[in-house]
Write a new protein. Structure first.
Ligand code: KIV
Length: 288
């Protein structure tokens, strides 16, 4: 079994040019599949708001939801580097509150790092959490928690002005003490500048190929949503149709009586004559 990675391993991977791969997971089963497949990291993303809970976005996700899902993921993937995603509201009211919530992730859910969204605006928060000894991953570019302010889930950095803002955010999170940064939803050219500039690992989702690794949301990677697929996502499986077909077959077999078959049934231990007597007794009791 592979040894659990540390932030130093992730830095070594950057130095040698080996791409790190991560996926989101929210429960024990999918975390175990990711670990078995050899995933470098698992993000317990606040995308759980959409993937698990069916909300339109990530805003309703709470600290308690994140902690519970991180604990389940840790049980499923004890040897994988796990990143807990700080939900909206958990680091916005005060720096003290942010440090308190980051510590909850470390103490209650045994994560290896936390991730939070924003650049220049959250530099003081990143600095304080990093000073508490917790590994912080920044998240810049398209930041879903501020989608209302961005006018929707829109790619960022498409003009030189906007690109300058994303790059300034990247520098701010690095200077504040983030040990890695996730760049989401920007043109490849913008991520290339960040990747060539920052000495910390730069990971991407919808940010092109010039990164130290890629992350995908499990629902996108495994084709769990039929309604929607972001432009940058690739479907590596079609779980939605596999699951729908399997459920339809279960319904059919149960209704026609072919399930359960003999291999799904327990056998009696003891004398069958005794069971016949028992059956007759019960029949007499309830029918008579
Ligand atoms: O919550 C999440 O799933 C994310 C993705 C952008 C990776 O942050």
């Amino acid at each position: 079994m592979a040894q659990k990675k540390t932030i130093l391993d992730l830095c070594k991977m950057k130095a040698t040019g080996e791409k790190a791969v991560w996926v989101t997971a929210y429960d024990c089963c999918f975390a175990a599949y990711a670990e078995k497949a050899g995933m470098d990291m698992i993000l317990v993303g606040d995308s759980m708001g959409m993937v698990v809970y069916g909300y339109q976005g990530t805003i309703p996700v709470t600290m308690d939801m994140c902690i519970n899902h991180c604990q389940a993921v840790r049980r499923g993937a004890p040897n994988t580097y796990i990143i807990g995603d700080m939900p909206f509201g958990s680091y916005h009211e005060s720096v003290g509150d942010a440090v308190h919530n980051a510590i909850r992730f470390a103490k209650e859910a045994d994560v290896d790092a936390i991730k939070l969204e924003g650049g220049v605006a959250v530099a003081d928060v990143i600095k304080a959490i990093a000073q508490a000894g917790i590994v912080v991953f920044g998240h810049i570019g398209l930041t879903p928690q501020s989608s209302a302010a961005m006018g929707g889930f829109r790619a960022q950095g498409r003009t030189a002005d906007s690109a300058r803002g994303v790059i300034e955010d990247a520098i701010a999170v690095y200077e504040a003490g983030a040990r890695a940064v996730l760049v989401e939803g920007v043109p490849e050219e913008v991520c290339t500048i960040i990747h060539k500039t920052l000495p910390i690992p730069v990971y991407g989702i919808g940010a092109g190929s010039d990164t130290d690794g890629q992350v995908l949301v499990v629902g996108d990677a495994l084709g769990m949503f039929e309604a929607f697929k972001p432009k940058f996502a690739k479907r590596y499986a079609d779980i939605a149709s596999v699951a729908t077909k399997a459920f339809a077959q279960f319904i059919k077999e149960t209704k026609e009586g072919s399930f359960p078959a003999s291999e799904h049934k327990y056998s009696i231990s003891g004398d069958s004559a005794e069971f016949k007597t028992l059956f007759k007794e019960m029949e007499a009791k309830f029918k008579g």
